[in-house]
Structure formats: structure tokens, C-alpha cells
Design a protein around this ligand. Structure first.
Ligand code: DGL
Length: 251
């Protein structure tokens, strides 16, 4: 039985991989972090689509049985087309967790942090419209967040300043739920939680994604053997040095 392929523009999808590995201890994984062309968030749709397809082809060449686009940006741009092109492969995408936030907010205001490309996607627009009558959704691009994570600068004061600049206005607008709509952002969870303070919940999508993957493994009858031991390989378009970076970040 093949592995589960997990793809992101860079290191961010490791936040999803971590949850998947815990939830599915018998499954093996191949993580592909582009690295070469990260960040994707400000790139054109055409570029994001082309890079995502390259990545998916690579993971399929490795024999992956299911693909997780652990990248909200790639999901927003490419998942529909990929499902059409590869009807036999189950794909799971990442979307901002607007629904759980909208259903649990008490203040009626939720903040959504994501990349520009994700916030402009059709899917995000449709989901937001669905909840527009009951909640106000305040959106913002996490300017500089992806770069900070890629450069291992999560604990730098300059990174906290970036987070404050983007997140404080959401709290000031009354948000009591902050949705992390980019898989790099959970690496900044500690600083985001410090900035928002108690009473504001920070939500990401990785648990929901793990549940979805588990359910698709059953639907397609492709679960690994119950005795199987988990393994994980790392790939990148940016060469060996970046692969080492992925391994370090995943510790
Ligand atoms: N981690 C990605 C996401 O979830 C992409 C970030 C980027 O490359 O801009 O959107």
C-alpha cells in the first residue's frame, strides 16, 4: 500500500503532517515542501496551479495513494482541477476553519488570517457568504508571517511586531475567534495567542483534515495494515539543504 503524500509551498504543511502522523500511526507519509518557490501567497493563479501540479505528479510518481494539499493557497487555486484530472486519487485540501469559528463565536465577529491568494479564492468567498448573516468576518493577510516561519524567526521580537500589527485590529474589532487559514501560521500560534490574550480562541484546520483523511482511507479501502510501522520521507524542489531544513523543523 502506498504512502500518503503531503504537499506545501514550504515548511508550513508540517503543522498538518504532525497532526496526521499522530492520528494515523500505521500510515506512512511523503512530505514534499517546494521550498524553491515559496511563498505562493502573492503569486499568480497560473503559477500556483503549475507548481501544485508538478508537486502532485512527483508524489504520484512516488506511488502515493492519497494526497493532502497541506496548503490553503494551493487548495484554493488547484484542488478542483486536480480532482478532475485525477478522478481515481483522493485529494484532501486545506480551507480556513470558518464554519467552526462562525458556529461558536459569542461576539459575532471572527478574524480570518490567510494569504492573499486564499482570501481571493472562490471557495473562501462562498463559505464567508454562507455565514454572513450571522457573523462578521474580518480578514487579513499575515504579511511576513510565511517568511518568518521559513527563516525560523518565530521567537524574534520583529515577528511578534508583525503579528501585533495584523492581529490586534481583529481583536479591537471584537473578534473572539481567530482562524489560521494558512498552514505556516500554526508555527506562530504561541505568539498569536500571547497577542490576542485570554478569551480569544485560535483555531486551525489540521484536526478536521486528519478526520477527513481517515474517513477517505476507509471509503477507498486503502488503509495501511494495522501492523504497519509508520515512516516519513521528505522531498523538496529546493535540494538537499532544504530537505534537511524540513527534517529539523519537523522535530
Ligand atoms: N502554507 C501555505 C498556505 O497554507 C502557503 C503559504 C505561502 O506559500 O504563501 O496557504
Amino acid at each position: 500500500m502506498g504512502s500518503i503524500g503531503v504537499f506545501d509551498s514550504g515548511l508550513g504543511g508540517l503543522s498538518v503532517l504532525r497532526t496526521l502522523r499522530k492520528a494515523l500511526p500505521c500510515e506512512s507519509f511523503i512530505y514534499l515542501g517546494d521550498g524553491e518557490r515559496c511563498p505562493y501567497g502573492e503569486r499568480s493563479k497560473e503559477e500556483v496551479l503549475r507548481f501544485t501540479k508538478e508537486a502532485v505528479d512527483r508524489l504520484l510518481a512516488e506511488g502515493c495513494k492519497l494526497i493532502v494539499l497541506a496548503c490553503n493557497t494551493a487548495t484554493a487555486v488547484a484542488i478542483k482541477q486536480l480532482r478532475e484530472e485525477y478522478p481515481d486519487i483522493p485529494f484532501v485540501g486545506l480551507e480556513p476553519a470558518v464554519k467552526p469559528a462562525a458556529l461558536s463565536t459569542k461576539s459575532g465577529v471572527i478574524g480570518v488570517l490567510a494569504t492573499k491568494r486564499s482570501l481571493e479564492g472562490d471557495h473562501f468567498r462562498t463559505t464567508s457568504e454562507q455565514y454572513a448573516d450571522r457573523v462578521r468576518i474580518v480578514t487579513a493577510v499575515g504579511e511576513g508571517f510565511v517568511e518568518a516561519v521559513e527563516n525560523n524567526e518565530e521567537r524574534q521580537p520583529a515577528t511578534e511586531a508583525l503579528v501585533r500589527k495584523v492581529v490586534e485590529p481583529m481583536v479591537a474589532a471584537g473578534a473572539d475567534k481567530i482562524v489560521l487559514g494558512c498552514t505556516h501560521y500554526p508555527f506562530l500560534r504561541e505568539v498569536i495567542e500571547r497577542v490576542v490574550g485570554e478569551g480569544v480562541e485560535v483555531i486551525d484546520s489540521s484536526e478536521a483534515v486528519a478526520r477527513r483523511v481517515a474517513s477517505l482511507l476507509d471509503t477507498f479501502n486503502i488503509r495501511a495494515d494495522r501492523e504497519a510501522k509508520q515512516s516519513c520521507r521528505y522531498l523538496s524542489f529546493a535540494g538537499e539543504e532544504y530537505v534537511e531544513k524540513l527534517k529539523m523543523k519537523d522535530r
